[in-house]
Design a protein around this ligand. Structure first.
Ligand code: F6P
Length: 367
């Protein structure tokens, strides 16, 4: 008999389509396959620190009807690292950068939680690894729309973000065509260009700028002008937020000081549109998609991937394979040690299928 009777589940970091589908799959598998109890911990690691009402029992009823919904029914926080925690106590005294992880471990014990499924990105899983080192039985589930984790073929959320970006491009094409404009669509992705290149291919765009291929704006202008010469009087350009010119830097929209990863990218779309307008003789406008890419209805593919991840995470816990993260290896699920996955990011490769496909169909990559 397994010593695991009650498991906890938490989401931390930015929201991502598919989080609810993972929570649902974890809960259903734990209850129906293994007869476990499931506790949802609200607001990520902050809830783990606070305990009490932040811990809620998850039942089949509570996870019913959430598979398609974006966001997370458990809410999230992307600032609370209990190993380096800043908080204000009941007496109003501020404590800065203290290790409060023992409080988290104690709260798990008090709630009778024997093991945890932690759903998050790099920062969240770093703490997951650190809790695993302290003896907490942890399985991680990788989440990010950016699809930039090396250990897994695909992260859930990516498919929905690409679908949203593509639908937006389809809508923007109407205005671009009617008004003979070039529309520059800025997408997310942080330092990886997966959302950018995938939506540029799916959206039938003329040019695509991604972090992995530093660009020359003149090359983009030449591509638009060549199209004009053959009678196409509009253009669609996708710019990933992390794109940068050959001799320049990324555009930072905001610095969130108390965040583990303080740099927020954004604004390159407007820069590119302004530069292009001077070169191509057409009005150029920028649309920044921003968090639209993280919200709304989760695609069928993401619901399926999230469900596979969630159910497999519980299987791994019950097999005693603690300290690992679920991962997609080809078409099959596998796992990787949390010790190895942290900080191991991937990028769009020069000789990979994304860039080959884009270049083969004549999408200008700005180089
Ligand atoms: O990692 C997911 C992501 O949406 C990135 O694509 C983006 O750069 C970042 O998070 C935005 O973070 P925030 O929601 O904190 O502004």
């Amino acid at each position: 008999m397994s010593e695991i009777k009650r498991i906890g589940v938490m989401t931390a970091g930015g929201d991502c389509p598919g989080l609810n589908a993972v929570i649902r799959a974890v809960t259903k598998t734990a209850i129906q396959k293994y007869g476990l109890e499931v506790v949802g911990i609200k607001h990520g690691y902050r809830g783990l620190f606070l305990g009490g009402d932040e811990f809620v029992n998850l039942t089949l009823d509570k996870v019913s009807g959430i598979i398609s919904k974006g966001g997370t029914i458990l809410y999230s926080s992307n600032k609370d690292n209990l190993f380096d925690y800043t908080y204000t106590d009941e007496k109003g005294v501020e404590h800065k950068n203290v290790d409060m992880s023992d409080v988290g471990v104690e709260n798990l014990k008090k709630a009778g939680i024997d093991a945890m499924v932690i759903i998050g990105g790099d920062g969240t899983l770093t703490s997951g690894r650190d809790f695993a080192r302290k003896g907490v039985k942890v399985i991680g589930v990788p989440k990010t729309i950016d699809n930039d984790l090396a250990a897994t073929e695909t992260t859930f959320g990516f498919d929905t973000a690409v679908a949203t970006a593509t639908e937006s491009i389809d809508r923007l094409r109407t205005t671009a065509e009617s008004h003979s404009r070039v529309i520059v669509v800025e997408v997310m992705g942080r330092y990886a260009g997966f959302i950018g290149i995938a939506s540029a291919i799916a959206g039938g765009c003329d040019a695509c700028l991604i972090p992995e291929v530093p660009y020359d704006i003149n090359k983009v202008a030449d591509a638009i002008k060549a199209n004009r010469a053959r009678g196409k009087n509009f253009g669609l350009v996708v710019v990933a937020e992390g794109a940068k010119p050959k001799d320049g830097e990324v555009v930072v929209s905001k610095v969130v000081e108390d965040s583990p990863d303080p740099i927020r990218l954004g604004g390159i779309g407007t820069v590119v549109a302004d530069q292009l307008e001077k070169l191509v003789g057409l009005e150029c406008r920028a649309t920044i998609l921003g968090h639209v890419q993280r919200g709304g209805t989760t695609t069928a593919n993401d619901r399926i991937l999230s469900t596979r991840y969630g159910t497999y995470a519980v299987d791994l816990l019950m097999e005693g394979k603690f300290g690992n993260m679920v991962a997609l290896k080809g078409a099959e699920l596998g796992y990787e040690s949390l010790e190895n996955v942290i900080g191991a990011n991937k990028a769009v490769e020069e000789d990979g299928y994304w860039l080959k496909t884009a270049r083969n169909i004549g999408i200008c990559m700005g180089d």
